[in-house]
Write a protein of this length. Structure first.
Length: 256
């Protein structure tokens, strides 16, 4: 979609923030296949950006968290006409052996090198801390039991072990097998915690008023209720400050 907007815009200036280097490689390749040469502005995560590289038009990518958008916009002394924020992870994170999928043995969950590895957390955190993470970020009702089993089964070395722990806890409680969607709640909880995904979202929303131009538009694509609640609360606050909400209700994939 973005490549179509870019190619049909007059002197377009696009700047993308992506913290995962693996996704930057895929994005540059995709854009190149659509006749767009993207420029990567930093070779290392958190490396200082030279704003003078940016001309009046072009497609630029920054290896950085989107909580830094406000800081960068201030450096450029520009405002954003259109901001789209695609939250969470991509299909590549689940299909590739990057340590995100419960179907692969490899466990990691990091989107950048500054975050903690999931194996470190599973094998070193206190039982109470594990339970809090699983409950707060996964809304998992059996979080205490799962955390207890994690500690008991240490060392945890693969996604398969963690998956089996969750399945066994549910079987003991409900006397029946569960589907992968239920198991995914715990995996999601750790991913959100490790990458501080909700904190990142809150920071971006906090600075949205400063980031957008007078008639600027912001679009957020979310995938679970924790993100939804944060966005709805922030939008309500922005509406009280003079912003307009373009959709009365969130649009879904089934919305026509």
């Amino acid at each position: 979609m973005l490549h179509l907007i870019y190619r049909n815009s007059k002197e377009p200036l696009f700047i993308g923030f992506e913290r995962d280097k693996r996704m930057i490689v895929k994005a540059i390749e995709y854009l190149k296949n659509n006749q767009i040469e993207a420029v990567l502005l930093n070779q290392r995560f958190n490396e200082k950006i030279n704003k003078n590289i940016i001309t009046t038009s072009g497609f630029y990518i920054i290896n950085q968290r989107f909580s830094k958008v406000n800081e960068f916009v201030n450096q450029l002394e520009k405002k954003v006409d259109f901001l789209i924020c695609d939250l969470g992870i991509s299909m590549f994170h689940l299909k590739e052996d990057w340590g995100f999928s419960m179907k692969n043995n490899h466990l990691d969950m990091r989107l950048d090198e500054e975050s903690l590895n999931l194996l470190e957390i599973l094998n070193t955190y206190k039982e109470e801390d594990l339970a809090n993470i699983i409950y707060q970020y996964g809304e998992e009702r059996y979080s205490k039991y799962i955390a207890k089993e994690i500690v008991k089964k240490r060392p945890i070395q693969s996604a398969t072990i963690l998956k089996d722990i969750i399945i066994n806890v549910y079987y003991k409680k409900l006397k029946k097998h569960i589907n992968e969607k239920v198991v995914q709640r715990t995996f999601q909880a750790f991913r959100i915690y490790i990458n501080k995904e909700l904190e990142e979202l809150e920071i971006l929303l906090k600075h949205l008023k400063n980031i957008l131009s007078r008639d600027g538009i912001a679009v957020f694509i979310s995938f679970h209720s924790l993100e939804d609640r944060i966005i709805k609360h922030a939008f309500k606050d922005l509406k009280n400050k003079g912003f307009s909400i373009l959709t009365k209700k969130p649009l879904t994939s089934s919305t026509r």
